[in-house]
Design a protein around this ligand. Structure first.
Ligand SMILES: [Zn+2]
Length: 321
């Protein structure tokens, strides 16, 4: 009896060590982070000025990135001045160890959120920003843009900008539902079937489409899986994704399985769309480090850093500054 009980106790202890209940003891991911969804909007301040009146000057946001091991960001802002400010602050960004990957936001103000897809002046804005570039180099993508109703993916400017992104090798950051993902990709495929000199979109798989939140309305994991299989250049950014994490801040089983199935297709992001998100920036990055730490180390590194770095040819960031 004693012997059997002893065996049972040892077996149970082994299960605890090997199995789920030890999740909280997992070491958080300690590698570099690529924040693939960052806004530096005008209400944050976007330059260096003393408080009050400037809640998050450049020095503050760069400090938040640095202390969290965020070594690169997809920067976009409403209006585009915040992105330009980050791109211009080359010395400060270098000192903080942060590489800025600038995207063009399609919005001058909040009214544009619900109208950009049919407003020709937005296509003009994009073309003039593209021609202008940023102080640290060309823009690398378009977005974040929103389509709250997937039917608006049929808007003429949505179509035009998807084709433009494909032809100019720009990534797209889109806050849309699963139906709109299909429609946006279809625009590129339709354009590719027309005679024109650009490289074949079909051959290349269309533009890199970063799906902001990967279905913020709770798109079923099976549906995300289906879209990932169908569109090889679709990437999933995971901020605000419902149902992503479960106990102890670790990934829920269905999400863990999906990320293990497509380890090179997911990204993390802060989505600092309001100033409150800047206040919680540390906690957001710690939460990512917690669940990344529950993945095999190479997958954690892929989702935390490599996938974003690969999209934009960023070098290994080395040690934290
Ligand atoms: Zn956003």
């Amino acid at each position: 009896m004693t012997c059997a009980h002893g065996f049972l106790a040892v077996a149970l202890a082994a299960l605890v060590v090997l199995g789920g209940p030890a999740a909280s003891a997992q070491t958080p991911y300690g590698g570099p982070l690529f924040d693939a969804h960052l806004h530096y909007n005008d209400e944050a301040c976007v330059h260096d000025a003393p408080a009050p009146g400037c809640p998050h000057p450049l020095s503050d946001v760069l400090d938040r990135m640095q202390r969290n091991g965020v070594r690169a960001i997809i920067a976009n802002s409403r209006p585009n001045d915040g992105t330009r400010a980050l791109a211009q602050a080359r010395e400060q960004a270098r000192a903080a160890g942060v590489t800025v990957v600038p995207f063009i936001r399609l919005y001058r103000d909040r009214a544009d959120y619900n109208n950009w897809f049919r407003d020709p002046s937005i296509a003009e804005l994009v073309r003039s920003e593209l021609a202008r570039g940023t102080p640290s180099g060309p823009y690398r993508g378009l977005g974040e843009f929103h389509l709250y109703d997937s039917a608006n993916a049929q808007g003429p400017i949505a179509r035009e900008l998807m084709v433009l992104a494909d032809r100019q090798n720009l990534a797209v950051l889109a806050h849309v539902d699963d139906a709109a993902i299909e429609q946006l990709m279809q625009h590129v495929l339709d354009a590719a079937s027309q005679p024109q000199p650009a490289r074949s979109a079909v051959e290349r798989g269309g533009p890199v489409l970063i799906w902001a939140h990967t279905g913020i309305g709770g798109t079923p994991v099976s549906r995300v899986d289906e879209l990932m299989a169908r569109f090889p250049r679709l990437m999933g950014e995971l901020s605000y994704r419902p149902g992503l994490t479960c106990e102890d801040g670790q990934l829920c089983p269905d999400w863990r399985a999906l990320i293990l199935k497509y380890p090179d297709r997911f990204l993390i992001g802060s989505d600092t769309w309001i100033n409150q998100r800047w206040l919680y920036y540390d906690g957001l990055m710690q939460a990512y480090r917690t669940w990344l730490g529950g993945l095999p180390p190479d997958v954690a590194r892929a989702v935390g850093w490599d996938n974003g770095a690969r999209l934009f040819d960023l070098p290994d960031p080395g040690e934290r500054p």
